[in-house]
Ligand binder design. Structure first.
Ligand code: URA
Length: 281
């Protein structure tokens, strides 16, 4: 751009800023629709979505395609401050990778950091419309670095299949990224230490739906002390996402009669996505 063009553009931007305009939009929200992502969608991202405004992303996550600040940049004034402006994340895979590297080096919980084989960050489609949250890695997850690969994971796979979903169209993670020794229930301070990482994942992926599997996931996400039996059976909201809570697959292995409740929950959930699980495929 030559100096005349630059001056004309500068004057134009300053005029817009004087008129009260603070930002130029660069991206539009796509209309909401349930289109199951194909496995290739992991490497071929759809149009950018806005990040939920209440879901804080951590500072190290690159938020690109942010609105272009108008006031200040051209005229030498201080840059516009818009703390609540949604920041679409263009390359979610890259942002998740940076976050997972931070998690891999985390030593906030002394006990967990010294007993884990590795951290278990999360897997799945960075553009998933549905995000699953479990409790914490178990022995199999600690060994492989992937969430829900053990017996609970097999049952979760069955639920996913019966619900006509595919694992590749989901994003799956846990409240804790490290295995608690002996698979004990996560401590409060451990959940608090790890919260920033979950919020980072939620901010990057910006799901439309979240399913909390079990009380630890539900209570920590929703900041509730209510029993899982009271939290299930309805939608809650977290940012712009609809949240459904249901029993953890490990609980179902100990208490098989509760499977029918989870199936009711999945039918309720899928109906909201326009899929009637009572009908034959
Ligand atoms: N249980 C969980 O909550 N998460 C896992 O990844 C495995 C078992």
């Amino acid at each position: 751009m030559d100096s005349v063009d630059r001056r004309v553009l500068t004057q134009h931007l300053e005029a817009l800023a004087r008129a009260g305009l603070t930002h130029l939009p660069v991206a539009k929200l796509p209309p909401p629709e349930f289109v199951p992502a194909k496995p290739t969608a992991v490497t071929a991202p759809p149009p950018p979505k806005a990040v939920a405004t209440v879901a804080p992303t951590i500072a190290a996550v690159p938020a690109v395609e942010a609105p272009i600040p108008l006031s200040g940049t051209a005229s030498g004034m201080a840059p516009a401050i818009t703390p609540s402006a949604p920041k679409p994340v263009a390359d979610r895979s890259a942002a998740l990778k940076i976050l997972s590297q931070q998690v891999a080096g985390c030593t906030r919980c002394e006990v967990l950091a010294s007993t884990r084989s590795q951290t278990v960050f999360g897997v799945g489609n960075p553009h998933a419309r549905i995000l699953f949250i479990g409790e914490a890695p178990g022995a199999d997850e600690d060994a492989t670095g992937e969430p829900f690969v053990g017996r609970a994971g097999q049952l979760l796979n069955d639920i996913i299949k019966a619900s006509r979903l595919k694992r590749e169209e989901l994003y799956i993670c846990n409240i804790l990224k490290c295995r608690p020794p002996g698979n004990r229930t996560p401590e409060k301070d451990e959940c608090a230490n790890c919260e920033e990482y979950l919020l980072g994942q939620l901010g990057i992926i910006d799901p439309e739906y979240i399913i909390c599997w079990g009380a630890v996931a539900a209570q920590n996400l929703l900041k509730s002390t209510a029993a899982i039996g009271k939290l299930r059976g309805k939608f809650h909201t977290w940012g712009r996402a609809k949240v459904m809570c249901t029993y953890h697959p490990s609980y179902l292995m100990r208490n098989p009669p509760a499977k029918k409740d989870v199936w009711e929950d999945m039918k309720f959930f899928m109906k909201d996505l326009g899929v009637d699980l009572n009908l034959k495929e």
